[in-house]
Design a binder for this molecule. Sequence first.
Ligand code: NIG
Ligand code: FE
Length: 422
Amino acid sequence: MKKINIDLLLTNASQVVTIVPSMAQNAPRRGVEMSELNIIENAAVAVKKGMIVWTGSSAEAKRNFSAKKNYDCKGRIVTPGLVDPHTHLIFPATREEEFELRIKGATYLEIAAKGGGIKATVRKLRAAGRNGLKTRAMGHLKAMLMHGTTSIDAKSGYGLDMDNEIKSLRIINELAKEQPVEIAVTFLGAHDVPEEYAGRKEEYVKFLIDKAIPAIAKKRLAEFCDIFCEKGVFEIEDSRRILTAAKQAGFKLKLHAEEFAQIGGAELAAELGAVSADHLMAISDAGIEAMRTASTIAVLLPGTTFFLGLKNYAPARKMIEAGLPVALATDFNPGTSMTESMQIIMTIACTQMKMTPAEALTAATLNAAFAIGRGDKTGSITLGKQADMVVWDIPNYRHIPYHYGVNLVKDVFKKGKPCILK
Ligand code: NIG
Ligand code: FE
């Protein structure tokens, strides 16, 4: 029999964890479906033109395919590339001194009130040249890729004026073209009220609605618009106005919601048809139900609670049992979660929020892909999707959260191309 020509054949994987979309429909996995990983043992994956064209047994693959490039997994396991659906990628400097102040008893909000926190990063970003910002971000993207992340959301939000938000978004758009990690770009001009608008929040809200959102839409610099919807920052009414304007301008929506206080951010996300609401530590039962009905994805960021030394983890078990699709993300930023690794986030999700390793993996791949609007392209090893895959140096998928604090990635493929072959 004549063999079928393909570009790449991965063989001898002890497990290929496929995580196909829910009921073969184009949807994130919910409830008990989050535990169903659809594992193929002694498996192979065939790739042509960067896409997955076949999955099945290794023996059958060797009989049927002739590949330009063969990759022997040598008993290792293969999963979809990890997806990180919430990162603050563009920032000018780290804030390790705040980390130490918190260890000594200061809280995040106290440090922010004294001019630290987001405002300190905004001051530095405005003074920073674009080359330095870009080089730093490129380094972080490399670290993400090395740790198995092949697609991310990347937010602006430390510029908070027209020039510096555009400067940040332009850098993200350039980076999206210049390295392998796929990026969904998010405008987060509503991350905070900048210092020059102190006591004049309404004027900043008007600036966002009348000037920033239309300008960024016109320049096509972002796909999503996000907001820090929180008591004392942008409250529900501000958030509704800003996000409604963004929706009308053509943005898909995301919210930082119910992080510290329960003010109805989850219900607002549902009402506006947001793709995701993120954080959600203080979510109410009504909020969970509203998001479930609207199919708004809950993006949980347990690294933030962990890194701030707090105990207020989001109620992941309640959400999964209610049938809300749950995704995981790093919240990578210099203040509240300084890690590029989705692996450690999965460990924290398991130990602190009691997600199972299977649920955590679904949340870090397929559901995370839907949370950045890429669920039809990546997040599972399914025919017709991009060949975004991680080869792990472990005997089975449970080791990803179990064997923690070290990098378990052997190789990464983005659209069928090897990225870090060691
Ligand atoms: O997602 N909650 C608001 N924003 C970030 C923190 C940003 C910072 O401290 O620099 C977050 O946790
Ligand atoms: Fe965030």
